[in-house]
Design a protein around this ligand. Sequence first.
Ligand SMILES: [Zn+2]
Length: 247
Amino acid sequence: MFAFHESLDRVDLAFTDRHGGESTGPWFALNLGASNGDDPATVERNLRAAVSALGGDPRRTHLANQVHGRDVHLVTAETDPAAPAPEADALVTAEPGAVLVVRVADCVPIVLADDDAGVVGVVHAGRKGMVLDVVTAAVEAMRALGAEDLRGWIGPRACARCYEVPEDMRDEVARELPTAWSTTSWGTPSLDLASGVASQLRAAGVDVLDLADDLHVCTIEGEADYFSYRRQGVRSGRLGALVRVRG
Ligand SMILES: [Zn+2]
């Protein structure tokens, strides 16, 4: 169910793996996205199971229609979880009980939290989101809610040894974000999305923990445990990053 799960004084956060859900075939088993051909009702049950395992109320789950942009969606007491998901790649809230979820397959999932202030956020950052610096937009939105002492967790994603890109793309990205420059294990140009995102978070004053420091969390290499768009294509399942302030 969870590749990583942590409970702080006020905040619960987790990153899912592919185990513990009801989906079959390429989506086996805990697929959290329905844009890939999986049965929407099954995906809904998987989402509910993951949110419940976090201790959250599935009826208070907030999702985003992710578009590789820089927009941050603020969830308040007035936000209706049943309304259509907003186009955004980050969700932030100071509302106790609201569960925030972003979904990924190779892109970088990030959880942000100020445990004392009770302000949390989740971010989806692929190559485009990293170039747009969506994580800093999320940090700014959380500071506006009163966050001061922010911690960030970077979850399962494609690693730099696997994430091959054309050389001109690597050079263009690295001009703005040198820490993202990397090389695959077979010697071709690649991007280190997690390092790029981590450097953006640190520049924004966030204390960053990359799960890859403790766990093997490459989605492309980890077929037994993770979904991967690069490995599975358009039918890839989706992993989730979840967070809530206990309500
Ligand atoms: Zn890898």
